[in-house]
Design a protein around this ligand. Structure first.
Ligand code: ZN
Length: 130
């Protein structure tokens, strides 16, 4: 079962918590045991799993990614968004989460984040339940 979701990001760089949306997909699918794949079909966005209890964690990740991959680096790509492409590859465009007894197997502090690196714009992500 493949579920498509649209979202509208609000900043150039932003982590959007999509945990509840993915949990709802698992619930409504009725799947009890299996795998959940969250996939982002973009070259300047990503999906990651990290702490969603303390919002300063995602802010730290975004800030440190800017240090690692500065926007005005010496890049060949002419669109001015090379940093966003690199960040997308660093974090990756998919995550796999086990499903057990009808629920995502996430740790207490873990959440799933859609990672925008070249917004704001309309985006999409897919949830594959198998
Ligand atoms: Zn580009």
């Amino acid at each position: 079962m493949l579920v498509s979701h649209e979202l509208r990001t609000k900043a150039r760089e932003e982590f959007v918590d999509i945990t509840r949306t993915v949990e709802e997909d698992v619930r409504s699918s009725g799947l009890k045991e299996g795998l959940c794949v969250v996939y982002v079909p973009h070259t300047t966005a990503a999906v990651t799993i990290n702490e969603d209890a303390d919002p300063s964690v995602k802010e730290d990740i975004l800030r440190q990614l800017k240090v690692l991959v500065p926007r005005d680096g010496n890049y060949s790509h002419g669109e001015g968004n090379s940093d966003a492409h690199i960040k997308s590859s660093l974090l990756g465009v998919s995550q796999i989460i086990p499903i057990h007894e009808g629920r995502l197997v996430l740790g207490t502090w873990q959440g799933i984040f859609f990672c925008e690196f070249d917004g704001p714009r309309s985006r999409r992500f897919y949830v594959l339940l198998k």
